[in-house]
Write a protein that binds this ligand. Sequence first.
Ligand code: ADP
Length: 161
Amino acid sequence: MKTAVYPGSFDPVTLGHLDIIKRASAMFDEVIVAVMTNSTKSPLFTLDERVKMLKESVKDLPNVKIESFDGLLIDYCKQNQIHIIIRGLRAVTDFEYELQISQINRELSHHEVDTVFLTTSLEYSYLSSSVVKEIASYNGDITPCVSDFVGEELYKKYGYK
Ligand code: ADP
């Protein structure tokens, strides 16, 4: 069975993330979305809230599982015998960072874990969780960016609902 892990902060999950999850779920037997605590970012949503929003978003994809992990991604892969990491690429600006991380992960795993990159669908290439949060914080329209469920949670966070 080919299992892949799609790691990220998902603060919150956007339609861009969901596009990658759907496409990956068609390529692998099982996709685990790992919600990570990123030490360099202070999240708007708690880990539990991010997991809940993801679970709601993928409920129609039977081979996708949502988990959370506090630690190094490569340790998660080792513990769960996963050899494939999925990452999304939006633009050239993502590339340098992603290349470095994928090479570090390959080294740390003694060449046992490879990263597979999926390029974003054009309609989501401008989307990031940060941009969505910024728009929502001013009560702007985020319907093209996130699912209705996630949109409601965002407006609630900023005190608009
Ligand atoms: P991180 O904090 O690890 O960068 P994110 O939650 O921001 O996590 O993103 C997780 C993954 O999803 C990354 O590989 C990122 O490049 C990718 N991603 C984010 N937004 C999009 C998008 N709009 N289209 C495709 N991939 C995306």
